[in-house]
Design a protein around this ligand. Structure first.
Ligand code: FAD
Length: 326
């Protein structure tokens, strides 16, 4: 692939939706380049290794390429294989391990600075997702090496005292898997129950493990301090207990890189949702020529957008770029 420094469109982010935008730009005959700071489909690569999508495979398809899987819901490894094959099939130009640092308007064009070089582009699409910035608990000890905001594989935690913070899909998967590899698991949950958003076939499993006393859960409770050998948990009655602990899996959610969006001069809503400003018909932001695509659109409401319902952004954006219409 030859690299130029001037393009019709630069797409920031080589996840499913960045790739979908690339396919549509290619269909429209635009010159374009995808810039990805990590590996191809970097967010998916960093998902738990055994993760199963809640979507059925056809809902994750892009570019009309069938996503064939044996079971209805694909595993992480199948999705990685699929998106890699899609990128290969369309020969989508992509620069990996090249982070975009800024995109400043310079006359009619954007000057896009990366960790490696500078490009010029008439339009820029921001498809940067929400998986790079974990939501922190901001408690003492959170910076210890034993605290993980990403969970990879259960075997690492065999015979260990593990605290899992949260009761969403990621937390429940981690609690069940590490329990089944011999960890002593304690869940610390701010709410009063396992989240209703937990995959419907997983929820009864964790609830039954709690009922059987195989996994302990403290509901309406918060983790207040982490030390090398133990942690403090504040219970609903206001009392604090300390329990022995080797690892904390703080799977408390993720948020888009809001500092990056601000640097691009994208306005955020002034409520706690911090939703970036864009026209829902065209996906153009308050910065003319700068578009948003994919799950980054939800701001702090990361449950609003998925691959399933945001792959359509690619059509909307490229249609607006090529015709000025929606
Ligand atoms: C554990 C988990 C399970 C999920 N399961 C499902 C599911 O079953 N079904 C579903 O539809 N959705 C699911 N989602 C939600 C959503 O589909 C994913 O977040 C998906 O990856 C979103 O695609 P995207 O292309 O918008 O963003 P991402 O896949 O996050 O892609 C963004 C890319 O941008 C790159 N990037 C970020 N900043 C820069 C920069 N400055 N320069 C260059 N590159 C940058 C990142 O490295 C990343 O590769 C899940 C999310 C999580 C976290």
């Amino acid at each position: 692939m030859s690299i130029h420094n001037r393009y019709d469109v630069i797409i920031i982010g080589g996840g499913p939706i960045g790739l979908a935008c690339g396919i549509k730009a290619q269909d429209a005959g635009l010159s374009f380049l995808i810039l990805e700071k990590g590996c191809l489909a970097n967010s998916l690569y960093n998902y738990p290794q055994t993760m199963t999508f809640f979507s059925t495979s056809e809902r994750l398809e892009i570019g009309g390429v069938p996503f064939a899987t044996i079971l209805p819901k694909p595993k992480r490894a199948e999705a990685l294989e699929y998106y890699r094959r899609v990128q290969e099939k369309f020969a989508l130009p992509i620069q990996l391990f090249e982070e975009v640092l800024s995109a400043e308007k310079d006359g009619d064009e954007f000057k896009v600075k990366t960790s490696k070089r500078t490009y010029l582009a008439k339009k820029v699409i921001v498809a940067t997702g929400f998986y790079d910035v974990p939501c922190l608990m901001n408690i003492p000890g959170e910076n210890l090496a034993k605290v993980r905001h990403y969970y990879e594989d259960p075997h690492y935690y065999a015979n260990q005292n593990v605290v899992v913070v949260g009761a969403s899909n990621s937390s429940v998967d981690a609690a069940l898997e590490t329990f089944r590899k011999g960890a002593k698991v304690t869940m610390v949950v701010r709410g009063d129950a396992i989240s209703d958003r937990v995959k419907y076939w997983v929820k009864p499993d964790v609830e039954n493990r709690l009922k059987a006393g195989e996994i302990t859960a403290h509901f309406n409770s918060i983790l207040t301090a982490i030390r090398e050998d133990d942690v403090d948990i504040q219970l609903p009655n206001g009392k604090t207990i300390s329990i022995a602990n080797d690892f904390v899996l703080a799977l408390t959610g993720y948020q888009p890189n809001l500092a990056f969006l601000k640097k691009l001069h994208i306005q955020l809503s002034d409520d706690t949702a911090l939703i970036p400003q864009y026209d829902p018909k065209t996906m153009e932001t308050n910065v003319p020529g700068l578009y948003l695509a994919g799950v980054v659109c939800g701001g702090m409401n990361t449950h609003l957008w998925f691959i399933e319902n945001s792959r359509v952004h690619a059509d909307q954006i490229i249609q607006h770029i090529t015709t000025g219409n929606t």
